[in-house]
Write a protein that binds this ligand. Sequence first.
Ligand code: ZN
Length: 435
Amino acid sequence: MPDEHPSKCSRIQFEEIDRDPGSRKQICEFPINKQDKIRRAYLKEGSYQPKNIDYSYNNDTHRRRFQPSWFELHSHRDWLEYSPSMDVIYCLPCYLFSKKSIDHPRSDAFISTGFNNWKKVNDGMNCHLLRHVGKDPKSPHKIAVKCCEDLIEKQTSKELENNQLRLKTSIECARWLAFQACAFRGHDESLDSKNRGNFIELIKFTSTFNDKIASVVLKNAPRNAKYTSPTIQKEILHILASNVRNAIREEIGDAKFCILIDEAQDKSKREQMAIILRFVDKNGFLKEHFFHVVHVRDTTALTLKKEICDVLSRYNLYIANIRGQECDGASNMRGEWNGLQALFLKECPYAYYVRCMARRLQLALVTASREVKVVHQFFDHLTNIINLAVSSSKRNDELQYAQGEQIENMIASNEIETRRGANQIGTLQRAGDTR
Ligand SMILES: [Zn+2]
């Protein structure tokens, strides 16, 4: 519904369009490269049909005036417009597209001066409104209407294509960053920031190699469909994550599986629980996949069990198919874990609880080796050597050089294999308890 009074419309960004057909400029008076944009803005607003206003009377003896019911009567394609300032009517499609209006702006009353010969409205076959529309499918008015439809259609398909390309760029950038485990956001993502964060910068980077992408992303995107907001980024990530989970779920099929649970705090100190699934795939290979990470309010056995069950049931993984449970026995979750594994065992007697044997062996070895003097001494010396070597970059370089030579010799004498990623010169690592 148009406003009740002639008003300027500010929705078109570069120029205001005048809604009152009595005072607006002719289309041909706009710069040629802006005309389609102006036309679209008018079409978006629709024909100007103010209702509930006082339509003035003609000065003739019959005291005729414009009847708002004519809007409905001649409503096909909503072409009729009324100008309150001039008390005349116009035709929107013809105003926008009539060849006449371009060639001879003042030639048709419905386009330029406006029509107000009310006597000639609804005057049988002589009705000027009907005559304006014309019977011939190729009447100027009908051609103008067709032009309007074409313009809208052209716009919609073009918009659709641009939106798709823009979204595709965002998805591919998100996929790349997620795969490389890069952060998405920047410290300062404002327009004049030198570094707007990985996500935006990657989109920028992509657009430098492709003009088509460059023409639709970031500053060339409409404000309401940039597809770069944090919400969109999260949404894309959620969809990617759920695709990965579905793929894992498919891989598991009907197989039995183990659940591995670990807990960690995220950066904002929120308690998080990671769920890892371990199973034997269709080809008989043992697989272990990181499946989900869920935020937990607390780490009581009941809460943890509920969260795990929620995730499993969401992916149709049945508790009855659990064949093992594991957790990091050293974490501060250990106490709760005992309660948790008992809860699962109650529901599925085969959900055997396996303590992480590697971790237990490690703890045992560490304790045992402390008691053996030579082992103790060996690690002491090792620590000293490492400290000596890495504390100076010169000594470190020399060590790497020597190491490189040794590897070369060993490769030459076929003592070790060459493969990408294998036998590279590494840096020394400080020995922890485990190492
Ligand atoms: Zn017309």
